[in-house]
Design a protein around this ligand. Structure first.
Ligand SMILES: [Zn+2]
Length: 489
């Protein structure tokens, strides 16, 4: 690569990128479906030119080096402000997002107070503009007042204020009756309900995915059926609500089990406009990590296609009960992880969303079952997906699409926001404000307390090298993240 900024000084975060040229990189445009060698020029924040190279000019440029893609869009993140600023703030969350290649994020409303009225949205937006990052901060409003599952939030006012949709994430929408009202009312406003599908009665006291690993470790089982029941309920209620309000929309977030993904697959085949996402951690990590395994999910499948026993395999290389692995839904089996990948490949899963859930050390340095749920994951999502690409399990273009055009299409299917910038197509578009990430697949970085920009250091990947170091993130024509200094020729 040769990166030539041709300017007297580098811009600071938040400033317009006056001039940036990148010669001989691998461009991926998930909207046109095109990828290949190319060059880009950014002038005054605009993606002024995209040149696809051919023949001699393209010689030596492969997808194993520097890659240019549209900026990533995270449908599910927790930036903790207001209320839990010691775990994350909108400013640190945006810095983490940009380091991960993201130029837009959709924040969950489980703040304190919950984002159940426009005042809280205004606070989040003020924090975003005060932080100075150009990362686009979108937010969901709560479905219910205080996320308590009793009565609907000020949904109309929240829609007027510009929420992206509604969720009680952290918890499911508590009752079928409330979900039905929420779907219909949100549908009238052109907005979706984004549900965290969990049968909470079945998971009370649960610690780890029910099965072999939980039994051996003596952890209370978290049944697959808790997710399957909830997805099944959600789909039935959604089908019913659509009869009343054709603009009703349901998005299921962090679906983690083979059985639940199968329900979504069948519902879609039957014509139900449901969408869903899967997370990087459910794709790549499995419950055997709780016992101390650190191999990727796809490395835990035997030649016969069956999961291997980590104890018999000698695969346990780390200490057990690492609380950074406690997450809701829990890390599942090797087969479930394979099902998440299959869903991504066949389109049942529309997007990869991080469920970035930073926590303080205090909330995680307790016994496994008492630790807060969540993984700090917005900075490692790209590296995890590239591990799948490196292993030959996922085409690069598909990985990029899951982070860009996939989430954009989900949001574009919500009538109330289809015409907003949140739903823009997320391709490489000449003449549009530059919204791109540049990363180097030939370069890696080590995940450490210091390299993570997030306040949340609760990552099971601490100490690990991930490929695909992000060199530059430009959001809406403005600099979001830059680390072009090393390894330049
Ligand atoms: Zn959730």
């Amino acid at each position: 690569m040769s990166a030539n900024k041709n300017s007297s000084r580098s811009p600071k975060v938040g400033e317009t990128v006056e001039r940036f040229e990148l010669e001989k990189a691998w461009l991926v445009d998930p909207v046109s479906g095109r990828e290949g060698p190319g060059e880009i020029v950014v002038i005054d924040g605009v993606l002024e030119s995209i040149v696809w190279l051919e023949g001699e000019d393209a010689a030596g440029v492969t997808d194993a080096g520097v890659v240019v893609a549209p900026g990533f869009f995270d449908l599910h993140a927790h930036f903790r402000e207001p209320g839990f600023e010691d775990a994350e703030t909108v400013a640190t969350g945006c810095a983490a997002a940009a380091h991960g290649g993201y130029t837009a994020v959709a924040l969950m409303p489980n703040t304190s107070p919950a984002l159940d009225e426009p005042g809280v949205l205004h606070r989040v937006r003020s924090a975003a503009s005060a932080g100075g990052s150009p990362v686009e901060v979108l937010a969901y409003g709560a479905v219910s007042v205080g996320r308590a599952g009793e009565q609907l939030s000020a949904m109309g006012e929240l829609a007027d204020a510009g929420v992206l949709g509604y969720s009680d994430d952290g918890a499911p929408v508590r009752t079928s009756k409330l979900l039905r009202s929420a779907l219909v009312y949100a549908g009238m406003l052109g907005l979706p309900v984004v549900d965290h599908a969990e049968d909470s009665e079945m998971t009370a006291g649960a610690e780890a995915n029910e099965g072999y690993v939980a039994s051996v470790l003596g952890l209370a089982g978290w049944p697959t059926a808790a997710e399957v029941n909830a997805v099944s309920r959600d789909l039935a209620v959604f089908a019913d609500a659509l009869g009343d309000e054709p603009r009703a929309r349901l998005h299921l977030t962090h679906v983690s089990t083979a059985a639940a993904l199968d329900l979504v697959r069948r519902a879609r085949a039957a014509g139900l406009p449901v969408t869903c996402d899967v997370t990087p951690h459910h794709l790549a990590f499995t419950d055997e990590w709780l016992a101390g395994a650190r191999r990727w999910s796809w490395d835990a499948l035997g030649a016969d296609g069956k999961p291997r026993d980590p104890w018999a395999d000698g695969a346990l290389t780390a200490a057990p009960f690492n609380t950074s692995l406690r997450v809701n839904p829990p890390l599942r089996t090797v087969s479930d992880a394979a099902a998440c990948l299959a869903a991504l490949l066949d389109g049942t899963a529309d997007a990869v969303a991080t469920d970035h859930a930073p926590h303080t050390v205090v909330d995680k340095e307790v016994e496994f079952g008492r630790a807060s749920n969540g993984i700090s994951g917005i900075e490692t999502a790209l590296g995890v997906l590239l591990a799948l690409v490196d292993a030959g399990k996922l085409p690069l273009a598909k990985a990029i699409a899951a982070l860009t055009s996939g989430p954009a299409r989900v949001v574009g299917s919500w009538p109330g926001v289809a015409a907003t910038s949140a739903a823009r197509s997320r391709g490489l578009i000449e003449g549009a404000p530059a919204d791109i990430v540049v990363f180097d697949r030939a370069d890696s970085w080590r995940v450490t307390d210091e390299t993570l920009r997030s306040k949340g250091k609760n990552s099971p990947l601490l100490g690990r090298e991930l490929s695909g170091r992000v060199l530059l993130t430009i959001a809406g024509g403005r600099l979001a993240y830059e680390d072009l200094e090393t390894d330049q020729t």
